[in-house]
Design a protein around this ligand. Structure first.
Ligand code: SF4
Ligand code: FES
Length: 243
């Protein structure tokens, strides 16, 4: 165990813990956008910046990536931290001026406008390039249907060649995990539509052989059957009619 302080309070933690994990466990709020316990951290959004002091030297670090250590002193809400978070929010706001989540964050930190609105690369979509969708797709679902492509101001989330949804199983994990609603999922009678910032695809839904409900994407069921070594006929009935 190591001993550290966060905002003057003393904590014991495992050496493998991050500052964010210790703070969250103690109920100390540090804003996050690109962090999820479901996937590995990546440090993309920078909103979780905190100030750490080690051997008399202070610096800003991302709480989601920074490991705790003996004697570390962390401040989550100093004036310096707040100022840097406000700049991060201005950059996010410039990129995604219509995202409700980012607007709420801006309100919380008294950011009313962005000095960076005219910057190249602000294309008006809601994606903040946090990479949660691509990480959940590869790390949790295991299909790598989408990825972050291009560099610099042209960086974006995309299907292969922008329109090849072959690998996608329509599970919707990317839409559920996206912190800014940049990816949407709509289920109509017999079709699931997923809309990514630069692409859109329709997926047929499986019809229950008993009640006729279209209950899950066919591709998702095929994937589950393959992974579990089951016959696809095991999914002929929806969960309600299966019992
Ligand atoms: S689409 Fe959403 S989850 Fe994916 S990188 Fe953009 S903001 Fe993050
Ligand atoms: S939550 Fe830490 S960098 Fe995004």
């Amino acid at each position: 165990m190591v001993k550290l302080t966060i905002n003057g309070r003393v904590f014991q933690a495992q050496p493998c813990d991050t500052v964010l994990a210790v703070a969250q466990k103690a109920g100390i709020n540090i804003p996050t956008l690109c962090h999820s316990e479901a996937v590995h951290d990546y440090g993309a959004c920078r909103i979780c910046l905190v100030e750490v002091e080690r051997r008399g030297r202070k610096r800003l670090v991302t709480a989601c990536l920074y490991p705790v250590e003996e004697g570390l002193s962390v401040t989550t809400d100093s004036e310096r931290v707040t100022k840097v978070r406000q700049i991060v929010i201005e950059l996010l706001l410039a990129r995604t001026p219509t995202s409700e989540e980012i607007l709420a964050l801006a309100e919380r930190y008294d950011v009313t406008e962005s000095r960076f609105s005219d910057m190249e690369g602000n294309n008006g979509d809601k994606c903040i390039l946090c990479g949660l969708c691509t990480r959940v797709c590869s790390d949790v679902v295991g299909v790598n249907a989408i990825s972050l492509v291009n560099r610099g101001t042209k960086r974006e989330v995309a299907l292969p060649f922008y329109d090849d949804e072959t690998a996608c199983i329509a599970c919707g994990s990317c839409a559920y995990i996206c912190p800014t609603s940049a990816i949407t999922l709509t289920d109509s009678a017999d079709c699931r539509t997923i809309t990514w910032p630069n692409s859109k695809a329709d997926f047929p839904m499986k019809e229950c052989s008993s009640c006729g409900t279209h209950y899950a994407p066919v591709k998702q069921l095929q994937y589950m059957a393959e992974k579990a070594h089951l016959s696809i006929s095991e999914f002929d009935y929806c969960p309600d009619c299966r019992h």
